[in-house]
Ligand binder design. Sequence first.
Ligand code: FMN
Length: 366
Amino acid sequence: MATNSFGRLFTVTTWGESHGPALGATIDGCPPNVELNASDLQYWLDRRKPGQNKYTTQRREADEVKILSGMFEGNTTGHPIQLMIENTDQRSKDYSEIMDKFRPGHADITYWQKYGIRDYRGGGRSSARETAARVAAGGVARKALESLAPDIKICAYMVQMGPHKINRTKIDLNEIEKNPFWTPDADAAILWAEYLDKLRKSGNSVGAVIEVIASGVPAGLGAPIYGKIDTDIATAMMSINAVKGVEIGAGFESAEFTGESNADEIGFSEGKPQYNSNHAGGVLGGISTGQDIVCRFAVKPTSSILKERDTITKSGNQTSIITKGRHDPCVGIRAVPVGEAMMACVILDHLMLHRGQIGENQGEIG
Ligand SMILES: Cc1cc2nc3c(=O)[nH]c(=O)nc-3n(C[C@H](O)[C@H](O)[C@H](O)COP(=O)(O)O)c2cc1C
C-alpha cells in the first residue's frame, strides 16, 4: 500500500527512519530545465536542522543533502530526482528505556498495534527526522516555482507558543530571521525565550501555532470538490508530525461571524478584482482568488518529556515512563520550515495541474 507519497503531478515519496543510515525523498514529475544545486536545498534544510540553539533538540546533524539523480549540468532533466540525507548523530541507547514501553502521546502504541514490529530507536519512521526529506523536496518545489511563477512567495512564522500569542499590530516580517522562534513579533520572542527556558529546564514541553502565507499565487489554481487547493493544503499540513489542527483564512473564527461581516467585499481596479478583506484565506470554492493563501496549523507539545507519565509495556503491564534523550521542547519551532516546504509542494502541484488542464486561458473580468 503506497502511503508514503503525496502530490498528483509533482509527486514526493519520502523514505527512511530516524536511526537508519540515511533518509530522503524521491521526486517524480519535476519540470525539466530548472536550475538546481544541492546548496539551494541546503539553505532550507539549515533552517530545520536540529541543535541550532537551546530551544531545539541537541541532536547534532549536518543534514547535508545529496542529489543523486534527475540532473544534468546543473538543471533538472524531468526524470526522478533522488535526494539523500545521511543520519550521522544517532544515539540508539537513549531509547533502550522505551524498547518495551509506549510513550504517551507518541506513535509507539499505534505503530505496534498496526504492524506488530516497531523500530523504537528515535521513533523509527514516526520520528520527525522524516520532515528533513520534505524540506529538501520543498526546496526543489521552490526552485521550480521560481522559474514557472516567480511572483509566488512562501513564508511561515510562529504566531503562538503555549498560551502566548503574538501581537498582530507588531508583525514585522524582517524579524523572523532574527530570533530562534521564527516569529515576526520581536517582543513575543523575548517573552517566549523566558517561558520556554523555564519549561525546558523543568523537563516539560509546549505546543505552538504556525501561520503559512503563499503570496503572488494567481487566481484559478485548484479545482472543485476533490481537487480543492485548500483540501490539499490542509492534508499536507495535517500530515506533519504533531499537527492537531489546520485552518484556512479566518478558519474556526468564521463560526463567530455573520454573513455580512464574513463576506470579503469585491471591487475592481488596476484591471483586476480587489477584495477589502481576506476571511476566505485566498480560496473560494477550492480555487485560489489571487489573494494571499493563508493557513495556520496547531502543533501539540512534544510527548517525549522528562516528566513521569503512566503507561503500559508491550505485555500489558502497568508501568511509568520518563523519556530521556534529546528532544525538542517546542516542536513548533522546527515545524516552521516544514510548513513552508509542504505549501511549496502543494502550490507547485496545483500550478502544474492548472496549466495541464486550462493552459494560460482565464475567464476575463473587465
Ligand atoms: C520538527 C518536529 C520535531 C519533532 N521533534 C520531536 C521530539 O524531539 N520528540 C518527540 O517526542 N516528538 C517530536 N516531534 C513530534 C513527533 O514526531 C510526533 O508527535 C509523533 O510522530 C506522533 O505523531 P502525531 O503527534 O502526529 O500523532 C516532532 C515533530 C516535528 C514536526
